[in-house]
Design a protein around this ligand. Structure first.
Ligand SMILES: *Cc1c(COP(=O)(O)O)cnc(C)c1O
Length: 381
């Protein structure tokens, strides 16, 4: 059975004997032209027309009022949490199944992550588990939500749209609003994915994207914050650019800022990638359709696009029947030149997060035991 999968991937990527990576970037557009142009302009750093243009592209694409370009997705999430008002010693709810950058960004603020289980269909934060956790373990006092066991304030919730599949974000936003909790979406993996026709990243007060080399589009390293809140949009730009008070020559800074602005050189590449985003997503959706048909003839389950959603299918995933079978599949495919990867080790299992509060995490454990990501690059025609 595993051999049929290897052959299917080789046929699908039109590569009979080479190594097939999990996700490689495609530079098939104006990348070199724009990067050369940025170099010729001498504006390679935090000021330049490409970084402004990239922000405008994301603003338009997502339908957000404000977009703030950052050096990477982790910095974008860190800044979004600051803008959301997260403070030292708060708790911030997120999901156990995510890349470590999600919990790292929470830790940078001095807050502690609090893990609530994921949904089996979306692989992302479960609205039912979230509501159950909040109803059983928190109370609202003076307009804030407090975790009863620790006495800490829960200031924000960070759902993540896992592998590009949209969370049931409308329900999550509704539940959080009822508990006075601000939603910051980690949409690092889901640029272009929509829930009920609306772009992921635009449901919460703030949302963030990543343009790291393994994401749907890349500029080497880069990130973006989006929001419709004018005050936060302006403050975000100010804080990511060293909190400099505008003046023709004087250097004045009115608070502790951050050197988080995306360099124009990276933004040049990002502008070229944005021009290809819809084509990349269509290509990836077609690949997902081929995988889905293939896995119908196998005892393994292809992770499908959730209901009411359009997924960008950043990373395709399958569920094997148990951990032993998962490990055998990983070993066989990697030995045969097909790169596959298990899900991330659940965040509360990592040493620096072992003290964090969490609920039962049964769905996340089920997924961790069975899930494998399979090659998902845009196919060249
Ligand atoms: C990639 C990623 C990030 C961070 O992005 P960088 O640009 O690499 O800093 C954050 N969260 C999730 C879920 C990611 O996959």
């Amino acid at each position: 059975m595993f051999d049929l999968f290897v052959q299917f991937v080789r046929d699908t990527f039109n590569d009979s004997d080479g190594f097939i990576p999990l996700h490689e970037p495609r530079f098939t557009g104006n990348e070199k032209k724009y990067v050369n142009d940025a170099i010729d302009s001498t504006f390679v750093s935090s000021v330049g027309q490409y970084v402004d243009r990239f922000e405008e592209q994301i603003r338009t694409y997502t339908g957000s009022s404000y977009a703030i370009a950052t050096v990477n997705g982790t910095a974008a999430l860190h800044m979004a949490l600051i803008l959301a008002g997260v403070q030292r010693d708060d708790l911030v709810i997120t999901q156990p199944l995510s890349f470590v950058a999600t919990s790292n960004a929470i830790a940078y603020t001095g807050a502690t992550p609090c893990f609530v289980d994921v949904d089996l269909a979306t692989l992302s934060l479960s609205p039912e588990k979230l509501a159950a956790f909040l109803d059983a373990q928190t109370e609202i006092r003076d307009g804030h939500c407090y975790h009863l066991a620790s006495g800490k304030r829960i200031s924000a919730c960070v759902p993540m749209h896992t592998f590009g599949h949209p969370a049931r974000i409308d329900a999550i936003v509704r539940i959080c609003a009822a508990h006075q909790i601000t939603v910051v979406e980690d949409a690092a993996e889901s640029l272009g994915s929509t829930y009920q026709g609306q772009q992921t990243g635009t449901f919460g007060l703030l949302g963030t994207y990543s343009f790291n080399g393994n994401k749907t589009i890349t500029c080497g390293g880069g990130g973006m914050i989006v929001t419709n809140d004018e005050q936060l949009g302006r403050l975000g730009k100010h804080l990511t650019t060293q909190a400099k008070v505008p003046h023709p020559w004087e250097f004045n800074h009115d608070q502790t800022g951050y050197n988080y602005r995306l360099p124009n050189l990276n933004a040049a590449m990002a502008c070229a990638q944005m021009e290809q985003l819809d084509g990349f997503i269509a290509n990836k959706q077609q690949l997902a359709g081929l995988y889905e048909a293939f896995f119908q003839t196998t005892p393994y389950q292809f992770v499908q696009q959730p209901a009411n959603s359009q997924s960008n299918f950043w990373l395709n995933a399958i569920l094997l029947n148990n951990r032993q079978e998962r490990d055998a599949f990983l070993a066989y495919t990697n030995r045969n030149g097909i790169m596959t990867r298990p899900a991330w080790t659940l965040l509360p299992s990592l040493p620096m997060l072992s003290h964090c509060p969490h609920d039962d995490l049964t769905h996340a454990q089920y997924i961790e035991d069975r899930l494998v990501n399979i090659p998902s690059s845009v196919r060249l025609t």
